[in-house]
Design a protein around this ligand. Structure first.
Ligand code: UDP
Length: 191
């Protein structure tokens, strides 16, 4: 169910597990497109910044991160909506990908953080088919590498709006994969 919060259509999930299963299906296929966590800060900024609003609405899925958004949605729906923190969602999606053997490609962060993230995920059984730190020069080469890796989940930790802009271009080349911008998540995961 979708609720309009300040001009952004945000999907209501009753639990984080429900969101994770919406993205990585039981049969191992994935939700094609991108997802963005919507917090009150983004809602406020999008009210004044039309370009940001357009960018946020370009994602196929928006979900609620932050109590302000959750409360607004609960009021409109008259039922409980879960707050889904971006960082924990990423981790839950990674473990679901491991369980369903969905290939993952990691983009972003500094080389050593990325390597540690890759190692930690691999140790947990995640099939990481490729990784690229967030300080590359040749975007076309990266997109080709991702495409050739066969990855179905691509997570990008480069901060906003870099990651969202990259995702918009990547989706056009790899339309059947799930993309997620995750900010400083790898740093938190390995820190
Ligand atoms: N980063 C990157 N490439 C860049 C700039 C930043 O990979 O050109 C990485 C940086 O190493 C860090 C993350 O992006 O891991 C920045 O996360 P931040 O917390 O600033 O993002 P936010 O969650 O605030 O959007």
């Amino acid at each position: 169910e979708v609720v309009n919060v300040g001009g952004l259509d945000v999907m209501a999930f009753a639990s984080m597990q429900q969101l994770v299963e919406f993205i990585v299906h039981d049969d191992g296929t994935v939700f094609a497109g991108s997802a963005i966590a919507i917090n009150p800060e983004k809602v406020m900024k999008a009210r004044e910044d039309a370009a940001l609003k357009t960018m946020l609405n370009q994602a196929e899925l928006r979900y609620a991160d932050g109590m302000g958004v959750v409360k607004a949605m609960q009021k409109k729906l008259g039922r409980k909506v879960e707050r889904v923190p971006g960082c924990e969602t990423w981790e839950a999606i990674m473990y679901r990908a491991a369980a369903k053997q969905v290939p993952v490609f990691l983009v972003g962060a500094k080389p050593e953080v990325l390597q540690q993230t890759r190692d930690k995920l691999s140790a947990a059984g995640v099939q990481v088919v490729g990784a690229q730190d967030g300080y590359f020069k040749d975007e076309a080469a990266l997109l080709q590498q991702i495409q050739q890796s066969g990855a179905k989940i691509i997570t990008i930790a480069m901060g906003s709006p870099k990651q969202e802009l990259l995702i918009e271009r990547a989706k056009k080349i790899i339309p059947d994969a799930y993309f997620m911008g995750v900010g400083g998540t790898y740093d938190v995961f390995t820190g």
